[in-house]
Design a protein. Structure first.
Length: 167
């Protein structure tokens, strides 16, 4: 239905998306202790964790990642007890694929991260429809926990059960 040139159906769909995400705001309704801690300690943190250096944060900022998202991903590394990271490559404990990473190589990166039990982060999963569909395909077949934080999606490849959280 259109009123004054605006697509009401699309607006209602976005409203539903925001309501679905709001239920996990600040960790409410999250029944996984790991994901609850992730939200409260990592995503809500206003500062970098002490004694964690700034290498990952500086690398992300140099690659154009927003300050808040760079801080969250930097804090994710010590939170998961990771020691190393990689950007646009699948090495280290956390691998971060930036928005310029080729969509055609998502499957290879995902399989390599799964094989090595690495945490994979895909930045800007909703950048375009092709990227969104590629990430959605990976999420449906992923066997561990997936956290969708709008700006990035985290694929945990560890002991966590199959869960999907939209924050």
């Amino acid at each position: 239905m259109k009123i004054r040139g605006r697509n009401i159906g699309r607006r209602l769909q976005l409203l539903g998306n925001n309501i679905a995400r709001a239920k996990h705001y600040h960790g409410y309704g999250v029944h996984s202790p790991f994901v609850y801690s992730l939200i409260r300690k990592v995503f809500m943190s206003k500062t970098l964790f002490e004694d964690s250096g700034t290498a990952l944060y500086d690398s992300l900022r140099a690659n154009g990642v927003a300050e808040r998202r760079a801080r969250q991903l930097h804090n994710l590394l010590p939170f998961t007890e990771g020691q190393s990271y990689s950007i646009n490559d699948v090495e280290g404990d956390i691998s971060i694929l930036l928005s310029d990473y080729p969509i055609e190589q998502f499957r290879e990166a995902y399989e390599a991260a799964k094989e090595q039990s690495l945490t994979l982060v895909v930045m800007q999963p909703y950048l375009n429809r092709e990227r969104q569909n590629a990430v959605k395909t990976l999420m449906t077949e992923h066997l561990s926990t997936v956290v969708d934080n709008r700006a990035y999606i985290i694929f945990f490849n560890n002991h966590l059960p199959k869960q999907y959280y939209r924050l």
